[in-house]
Design a protein around this ligand. Structure first.
Ligand code: GLA
Length: 382
């Protein structure tokens, strides 16, 4: 063989070796969406589970029953992956007994006093499914319906677009409400939620997302050691049935002050009327935002794993619920039992009972208007 021939072969071998090696090393995940059947509701409607993976290997699983986030898997400071949301292994758990794990909440998230409100001079009566009050959209809220689902891909993420038509009169609310909620997992390790709704009659709308987070991992102890910052100088104090009194009260000098990062458990058991009413934290914070501008409103840090979650929203309020009603009667994913305060929720929203509180930002939606809000949960480590 000529000199030139040997040279060519050496080159080719070199290129092949390079190709094989780089292919072998390239083990990083690539953005993807997978869909699989996840069982059927009692009336026979098929439910699907969508698995979203981003370029960093972060995984979010969402089913179209209740628009529910069933898993959210992120690395800790050593790169170890862990599922940081509470939930069940299968659909059955969600159908039987679900304290809104991971769900979309609507038509009206949170409470409406005594299950009634007046709009344009007409009184509307809603289910009183939380003592004498209405909670989270009623008996069959948006957390218990099967949504239409469509896969979406953007330049920087993968997601699912969920849509649902809530008929005029459903759960007592006026107007056909057409709702679209889009979940996007981005390559910046964000779970981004866009909410959109239109109506054909004046109605009230308030949508949120109800994941119970535990940044140490679902079922891995309580959340009292998590350090929380909430960008809010005021909150809406409640009566003993958790309905806002209408006052916007300063957090200064109270256990509600999270303007500086503070362990959730540091003051939770103090003799404080508000904490007693909520059995812990279950209140709405008045966020320091320009309404409509996406603003960072909360940051949570878990010291053992180094996991950090930041919340951004366009909403004026956020319910911080410290999982006070979990009581060890639920066995969740992987056989782990959820005891009191094993998860916390940061539910971005309009203020509770706004339909009966004219001084609060309005939750009325009229024909021709579009309800549009965005909330982002972003994950990192420290
Ligand atoms: C919301 C409410 C809480 C509780 C949970 C679900 O966060 O504010 O009082 O009802 O939902 O248990």
């Amino acid at each position: 063989m000529s000199h030139l021939g040997k040279f060519k072969i050496a080159w080719m071998v070199g290129i092949i070796v390079l190709f094989v090696v780089s292919f072998g090393l390239n083990t990083e995940a690539k953005m993807s969406i997978e869909k699989q059947p996840f069982g059927k509701t009692p009336d026979g409607t098929a439910v699907d589970l969508y698995t979203l993976t981003n370029d960093n290997g972060m995984v979010v699983k969402i089913m179209n029953y209740g628009g529910t986030v069933t898993s959210l898997i992120v690395p800790d400071r050593n790169g170890k992956m862990g599922d940081v949301v509470l939930g069940y292994d299968n659909l059955d758990g969600y159908l039987k007994n679900n304290p809104y794990f991971g769900s979309i909440i609507g038509r009206y998230a949170n409470r409406i006093a005594k299950g009634r409100f007046v709009l344009n001079g007409v009184e509307y009566k809603l289910a009183q499914n939380n003592g004498e009050n209405h909670l989270h959209g009623g008996i069959k809220g948006f957390d218990k319906v099967v949504w239409n689902a469509k896969e979406v891909k953007t330049g920087n993420g993968v997601g699912v677009e969920l849509s649902y038509l809530s008929k005029d009169g459903e759960e007592g609310y006026p107007g056909n409400l057409s709702v679209t909620v889009t979940y996007i997992l981005t390559n910046n390790n964000e779970l981004k939620i866009n909410y959109l709704a239109t109506t054909d009659k004046d109605t009230v709308v308030n949508l949120t997302h109800h994941s119970y987070f535990n940044l140490a991992g679902a079922g891995e102890g309580d959340i009292l050691g998590h350090e929380l910052m909430i960008n809010a100088d005021k909150f809406t104090p409640v009566d003993k049935t958790l309905i806002p009194t209408g006052e916007l009260r300063s957090v200064k000098g109270t256990p509600m002050d999270f303007t500086q990062p503070t362990a959730i458990g540091a003051r939770i058991n103090q003799e404080d009327e508000q904490l007693i009413f909520g059995k812990g934290y279950d209140h709405n914070w008045v966020l320091n935002i320009v309404e409509g501008a996406l603003t960072r409103v909360a940051r949570v840090y878990e010291p053992k794993t180094g996991r950090v979650m930041e919340v951004f929203t366009t909403e004026p309020g956020m319910q911080f619920y410290s999982g006070n009603f979990l009581d060890g009667t639920i066995t969740g994913k992987g056989g782990k039992v959820y005891y009191q305060r094993y998860g916390f929720c940061l539910e971005t929203q309009h203020f509770p009972d706004s339909p009966n509180k004219p001084q609060f930002p309005s939750t009325v939606l009229k024909p021709g208007q579009t309800y549009r809000t965005t909330t982002v949960y972003q994950f990192s480590t420290k």
